[in-house]
Design a protein. Structure first.
Length: 394
């Protein structure tokens, strides 16, 4: 039984229906009461009856939906390493994410929306003053507003405050209030609509331009959440080709958290060199405030690190998922017709795994000043992997 048949079996067997809210591939029960426990039951049933498939479900607590996706195949060692990184990241983000999600739930219908990063909330109309009043009314304490450029965003204000659970603690939560149109969202929605319209009613073979092509492609969707992939082409409603999409003026390719060990070191010597050079640069600063001036840059020698920065990490080369993309595209995505129901995916710059971007798009390690951010015990610093073009401009 192929993935498409497994998907239909599960949906029909558990009497799931498409959710009105949430993302594509989202389902709920007829009574609208999907649960985390139901997601586990479905996954156990899939593993037992269809051990060959990589179809799995996850539970979305925000929209209370069951979401289908394809998982990676990983060795036990890789799973343990990945879990450790996830736990380390969760430790620093869980409180902020919990408070952010609480704020979204406390708002009136569609007032707030959780952005892809755990410290950001999106609202179309709420002003900073209205947001401050909202937080006060909901019991949040010690509210401080950091203007754009002085907090965690160069464009939007950052709100620093305590939740009820933090009233007796020194630390605070920082949430960015993003207004207007989310950066990149409008352009990506146009991308989704344009390609979806071209695919409507068709089943095509898609050529990626590297000698690899996929038959039976029938859809294209925007992927939500803090994952590597921005878009996916689907086959039978299942994500099949995962794409990271960047605008022509894009910035960070990847953070460095996933490359770090529990002791604060990395298996990549370039990352260790970047951290050491950054500490030294701050310590040698003769100003009253010990902060990073300018930027610290380190070239990447490891082809594997470059590949992981561009496409994501995978326990098995060539296995793709929401966090391991097959295509890295810069600029508008388009479908060029090659023959009847056969198209080629193109963009201004388009790379297909395992090709490494060169020239202006080559990955470079860098540390930059970011007020309020703290990484690896270093205050007001952001570590990341960027395209060479961005480092030249910054």
């Amino acid at each position: 039984m192929d993935d498409k048949q497994v998907l239909r079996y599960v949906i029909n067997g558990f009497e799931l229906i498409p959710a009105k809210f949430g993302f594509e591939n989202s389902y709920t029960t007829k009574n609208g009461k999907a649960t985390k426990e139901l997601s586990k039951i479905i996954n156990d049933r899939i593993k037992k009856n269809f051990p060959q498939t990589r179809i799995r479900t996850s539970y979305d607590p925000t929209y209370k939906t069951i979401n289908f996706y394809r998982t990676m195949m990983e060795s036990i060692g890789d799973k343990a390493a990945k879990l450790l990184v996830e736990l380390l990241e969760a430790r620093s983000q869980s409180v902020t994410r919990k408070v952010r999600d609480e704020i979204v739930k406390l708002g009136v219908k569609d007032q707030f929306r959780a952005a892809s990063t755990p410290n950001r909330i999106f609202s179309k109309t709420t002003t900073p003053t209205e947001f401050e009043d909202f937080l006060t009314a909901k019991g949040f304490k010690d509210i401080k507003i950091l203007p754009a450029g002085e907090g965690d965003s160069s464009k939007f204000p950052t709100f620093e405050f305590k939740s009820k659970e933090m009233s007796d603690k020194d630390e605070k939560v920082r949430i960015v209030l993003a207004t207007g149109v989310i950066a990149g969202a409008e352009g990506e929605e146009k991308q989704r609509a344009s390609i979806s319209q071209k695919l409507e009613g068709k089943v095509i073979t898609l050529d990626l331009g590297n000698g690899k092509s996929y038959p039976n492609i029938d859809g294209f969707r925007k992927i939500q959440g803090n994952v590597k992939a921005d878009f996916a082409f689907t086959s039978g409603g299942v994500d099949t080709i995962f794409i990271q999409h960047k605008s022509l003026s894009h910035q960070q390719m990847s953070g460095i958290k996933k490359f770090m060990n529990a002791d604060g070191t990395s298996k990549y010597k370039e990352i260790n060199e970047l951290i050491a050079k950054t500490r030294k640069s701050i310590e040698s600063n003769k100003g009253d405030k010990k902060r990073l001036e300018g930027k610290v840059e380190v070239p990447i020698e490891s082809e594997n690190l470059k590949k992981e920065a561009v496409y994501g990490t995978s326990a098995e080369p060539g296995v793709f998922s929401l966090n391991v993309v097959e295509v890295y595209a810069i600029g508008d995505l388009k479908l060029d017709k090659l023959a009847e129901n056969k198209y080629k995916l193109v963009a201004k710059d388009l790379y297909v795994y395992p090709e490494i971007p060169k020239g202006e798009n080559e990955p470079v390690l860098a540390a930059t000043y970011r007020k309020g951010r703290k990484q690896l015990g270093i205050q007001d610093v952001r570590f990341g992997i960027y395209p060479k073009s961005y480092i030249k401009k910054s």
